[in-house]
Design a binder for this molecule. Structure first.
Ligand code: 5RP
Length: 229
């Protein structure tokens, strides 16, 4: 079974949590795209929901599938957030931010009454930072200082480049830079998250600790459900 099919298994499990009239935080990324596609079929059958997007990518999905959108600025609560992740440990700590949407994703997660994450099996690790760096959104003018402080915390920071269509750094939906930081596999992601958050110039950290209520993991042999109980 392909990774794409595993993403669909996780997305279907999240779909079962969506109830009529819910306000839904819509995450970012390819797994959420699968979820959005499935959701659009339910809407065609009569399900009524509104979505709060977590990025311009998420707005594009909402427009593509004809979802009613509530701008993030206009809400302080959502019933359910459904989002992807880059790494998940078995205590439900996560790394997010490959899509550079971590700041809005975290704000919407904190607004949510229930937080559901959907991943394929390759995202599950024993310790965070085993395979991925931690993305950090920073104020552009502070990036050199923040990189120095991240090195003092034992990290190897790298400013994320925009790539093919723009020279220089990637600019987030909020007009900031992203620093990807490689750390040795983490024993205490909570502690690292707090330390990074205290560096002036840091907007948000892609460590999501103690946030998820459930992570649905799509595996070739079916669904695995990780909960925080
Ligand atoms: C974006 C994210 C995504 O949710 C995360 O990167 C997962 O994406 P995908 O489902 O494409 O693997 O955090 O900032």
């Amino acid at each position: 079974m392909s990774i794409e099919e595993c993403k669909e298994i996780a997305a279907r499990a999240a779909l079962a949590e969506v109830l009529n009239e819910m306000v839904l935080g819509l995450g970012t990324g390819s797994t959420v795209e699968r979820f959005a596609e499935l959701l659009s079929s339910e809407i065609k059958k009569g399900l009524r929901i509104k979505v709060v997007p977590t990025s311009y990518h998420s707005i594009q999905m909402a427009l593509k599938y004809g979802f009613e959108v509530l701008p993030i600025e206009t809400v302080d609560k959502v019933d359910l957030v459904v989002d992807g992740a880059d790494e998940v440990d078995r205590k439900l700590n996560m790394i997010k931010g490959r899509g550079a949407a971590l700041a809005r994703e975290k704000v919407v997660a904190y607004m949510a009454l229930r937080r559901v994450y959907i991943v394929s099996y390759d995202k599950v690790v024993d310790k965070l930072c085993s395979t991925k760096p931690v993305p950090i959104e920073v104020l552009p003018f502070a990036y050199n200082y923040v990189m120095k402080k991240l090195r003092e915390l034992g990290g190897e920071p790298e400013l994320r480049e925009a790539g093919r269509f723009k020279d220089g750094p990637l600019i987030t939906d909020n007009g900031n830079f992203i620093i990807d930081v490689h750390f040795k596999p983490l024993d205490d992601p909570h502690e690292l998250e707090s330390k990074i958050k205290r560096i002036p110039g840091v907007v948000e950290v892609g460590l999501f600790c103690g946030i998820a209520d459930v992570v649905y993991v799509g595996r070739p042999d079916g669904l695995e459900v990780l909960t925080n109980s």
